[in-house]
Design a protein around this ligand. Sequence first.
Ligand code: 0L1
Ligand code: MG
Length: 256
Amino acid sequence: MRNQISVPELAARLTTAAAGRCAIGKLTDQFPELDLAAAYRVQRELRSNAGAQAGWKLGLTSPAKQAQVGVDEPIYGFLPASGELEPGESLDTRTQIQPRCEPEIAFILGCDLVGPHVTATEVLAATSAVAVGIEVLDSRYLDYHFTTADVVADNTSASRYVLGSPVVPSEIDLRLVGVVLEKNGAIAATATGAASLGDPAAAVAWLARTLAPEGEGLRAGEIVLSGGLTAAVPVAPGDTVTVTIDRLGTIELRCR
Ligand code: 0L1
Ligand code: MG
């Protein structure tokens, strides 16, 4: 007999896993009928329970990320305001299940971006600043084993994030900036901005267009993480992760 999907119940399972720091098996094992549309409804339920929203995030926009988790299409999630770490604040890994860190280019929007035809050029015009970022992922599924629908329901593994100083993006070609991810002083991975859908601004445009049929869009003041540029590295107490992006700067995250 097939199990009926209850969006609130699936959202509650993920919330309980996060609160108890106890990973669960992927939802599609028990609910194979969980498709992408239903998964975004579960994510929306999480969003409605999450308090203030700081912005949005792209997921799985780079070949390195897609290969790491075996999912090959871009997805999106939301950033709760409570997920932001202050620069210099350490990550308390006791609040996490299986944290991983990845480099991001963050967009800080100065104007709304709404509609089905938003372009990368419009994204850049609406962006007041960009910043180097580290996203902390923490899948609520055992060993990061999931399908696209599972990871969408789980808000694309979102957990915490930290941003460097804002930089005005004029005259920076974000496709060409070099990205270096270090863990404990050793280079873990390198990339360029183009790793995210060919252009991080195009990735943000994809998000705006994808939200449009839902009657949603990107709003002035929101932060958008434009997609992990390399595979993410696992972290444990004592680790330090450093991300440097050419022309945007460096940000460091210590784990305790
Ligand atoms: O931000 C991301 O690219 C994460 C998407 C979900 C896959 C993962 O947990 O790495
Ligand atoms: Mg990410």
